[in-house]
Design a protein around this ligand. Sequence first.
Ligand SMILES: Nc1ncnc2c1ncn2[C@@H]1O[C@H](COP(=O)(O)OP(=O)(O)O)[C@@H](O)[C@H]1O
Ligand SMILES: [Mg+2]
Length: 242
Amino acid sequence: MLELNNVTKKFGGLVAVNGVSLKVREQEILGLVGPNGAGKTTLFNLISGIYRPDKGSIEYQGQDISKLPMDKICRLGIAKTFQHTHSFPGMTARESVMLGSLFGNGHHTTMAEAASEASGILARVGFPSEKTDKPLSSLNVIELRRTQLARALASRPKVLLLDELMTGLNPSEGAEAMDLIRGLRDDGITIVIIEHVMRVILGVSDRVVVLDRGEKIADGKPEDVVRDQKVIDSYLGERYAC
Ligand SMILES: Nc1ncnc2c1ncn2[C@@H]1O[C@H](COP(=O)(O)OP(=O)(O)O)[C@@H](O)[C@H]1O
Ligand SMILES: [Mg+2]
C-alpha cells in the first residue's frame, strides 16, 4: 500500500529522518513508536506531503508520491490527524469535519451534503450528537479527539495516519478508541498509528516499527519488538524509568 525507500529529511544540520525504509500493507495497523524527537511526526509529514524528502522515495499503491503537493496526496486517499490542534477554536465540530470532506478525496460535495455527511461521520466515531454544532473551544479532550478523527475520515482515506490521537485519554476512553480503530481497519482502511502508550500500541498493532534518532531500529511483530534489546535500551528502558 505504502512503501518508503531510504527516506531522509534534514532540517539544517539536523537529520530528523535518516534513511528509513518501511512498508505498510493493505488493511494493516502499523504502530510507529520511539522517543521524543525520533522523527515520527516528520515521517508522517513526509508521507502526507507537508515536507519533501531530501533523499529516497515514497510510493503509494505503486505511484511515487514524494514530489506531489499535499492536497493531491490527500485526494489520493492519505489522511493525517494533527498532533497539535490550536487552530480555529471558534469553528464548530461539524464545520471542522466539513473541511475534511470539502478538501478531501476528490468527491465533489456541496456544502449541504458535507454538512449532513459530517453528522454521520461524527456519529460513527462516537461524538455526542447534541454537540455537533458547538464550538471546538467548548469540547473536552475526548470530544476533540473524536472530531480530529472524524475530520480525517471525512476525506475518505484509504490510509489513515494517526499522530498521538489518544494522548490525554483515560484507560477506558483509550480502550474505546482502540475498538474504534480496529473497526476502521475492518472497514478497509490501512492505519499507521503513532502512540506513546505501549499498552495501546501492543494492543492494536499488527506490526510495530521503532524509530530512534531518525533511524529505524526495529520492525516486526509487537511481541518480538518489545523483547528487542536495542528497543529496550533506546526506548522502553526510558519509558519504564519514568
Ligand atoms: N519544521 C522543523 N524544523 C526544524 N526542526 C524540526 C522540524 N520538525 C521537526 N524537527 C526536529 O526533527 C526532530 C524530529 O522531530 P519529530 O518528527 O517531531 O519527532 P517525534 O514526532 O518522533 O517526537 C526533532 O529534533 C525536531 O526538533
Ligand atoms: Mg511527534
